[in-house]
Design a binder for this molecule. Structure first.
Ligand SMILES: Nc1ncnc2c1ncn2[C@@H]1O[C@H](COP(=O)(O)OP(=O)(O)OP(=O)(O)O)[C@@H](O)[C@H]1O
Length: 307
């Protein structure tokens, strides 16, 4: 049999993946690889092709062209050797009907021969112990997301796929879920997830693929992508504390803009600039903004990022 030559350190290899829906090319020649234990993010705005890509990697959608290898195996057609090694987070709407949180996890676990006792461990991991006897329709959005992650993890998969796990959550619920996702990775699980929140990807991912219109525009660690921009750091101060004319005289100030009560200095030498401000006792109300993945997206596409 023609086995892919993925090394033991490689969890996923994707090469020139293509998917068309009628006239729409949803995925247009996507390639990437994911290392074992890595937290890998597929980012992009709505319609970028993230879900379609993920589904082909999971083995639930057939590619029109290209090659996918997961843990050295092809996920399509449905591969029974691979299924127990993968965890796929289903939408909360895919829960079994009218079951409590504990029963949901047990039901998913039973598909893989997992002992019923593991349900309580999983409830603990996702912070839902006190909701064990609550039916899923009575859970909040964030709790349902955590329950669906528990169901995806109950059989201790080596690779877990999460499609927008933090969508539609309030900021606090998102932060709680971040902690859970970090915990999953610390346990050695390879995580592949999609999001349209660039700040979140920056906080969580080892590496990210930025997609737009079916293509991968850039792929690297968030820090390397941002560094690659060689973008200026922006230092802002209340205009009353630092008039524009004075700001222009400061060492390290490349560009100065004032307005709406604020003086903003662009600098490629922030250490020098901050030191100069400190020496002049001008640091009151200072804020410093470095480039982010949103700036990377703007640079790559020429347009503002809109999730
Ligand atoms: N089953 C389908 N039939 C027809 N077109 C589809 C289908 N699924 C997705 N598409 C189209 O393919 C493109 C990519 O969609 P996809 O859902 O993969 O993007 P996405 O990046 O996951 O977006 P979102 O963040 O909105 O989920 C879009 O133009 C979408 O309208």
């Amino acid at each position: 049999m023609d086995r892919p030559r993925a090394g033991a350190a490689t969890a996923i290899e994707v090469e020139d993946l293509v998917k068309r829906y009628g006239d729409t090319t949803a995925v247009d020649g996507v390639s990437f690889s994911v290392r074992r234990g890595e937290f890998f993010g597929i980012l992009g705005p709505n319609g970028a092709g993230k879900t379609t890509t993920l589904e082909m990697v999971e083995g639930i959608r057939e590619p029109d062209a290209g090659r996918v290898s997961v843990l050295g195996e092809s996920p399509w057609p449905r591969n029974p050797r691979l299924l127990p090694r993968l965890g796929v987070q289903l939408q909360a709407s895919a829960f079994f009907d009218k079951l409590t949180a504990r029963e949901q996890i047990r039901s998913f676990g039973s598909l893989y021969g997992v002992p019923a006792s593991r349900a309580d461990e999983m409830l603990e991991v996702v912070g839902l112990t006190d909701k064990a006897d609550t039916r899923d329709e009575k859970l909040s959005g964030g709790q349902r997301q955590r329950l669906s992650i528990a169901c995806a993890l109950v059989h201790e998969p080596e690779v877990v796929f999460l499609d927008e796990p933090t969508a539609a959550l309030d900021p606090q619920a998102r932060r709680n879920l971040w902690d859970l996702l970090r915990l999953i990775q610390q346990r050695g699980t390879t995580v592949v997830y999609t999001t349209h929140y660039l700040d979140e990807a920056e906080a969580l991912c080892d590496r990210v693929a930025i997609m737009d219109a079916g293509r991968v525009l850039a792929l690297d660690t968030p820090a390397a992508l941002v560094r690659g921009l060689h973008a200026a750091t922006r230092v802002a101060l209340p205009e009353a504390g630092l008039p524009e004319a004075e700001a222009r005289q400061l060492p390290g100030a490349d560009e100065v803009r004032a307005g709406q009560g604020e003086t903003v200095i662009a600098t490629r030498n922030p250490a020098t600039l901050i030191q100069a401000l400190a020496e002049r006792h001008r640091l009151d109300g200072v804020s410093v903004r470095t480039a982010t993945l949103e700036d990377v997206f703007l640079h790559l596409t020429g347009r503002e990022y809109r999730a």
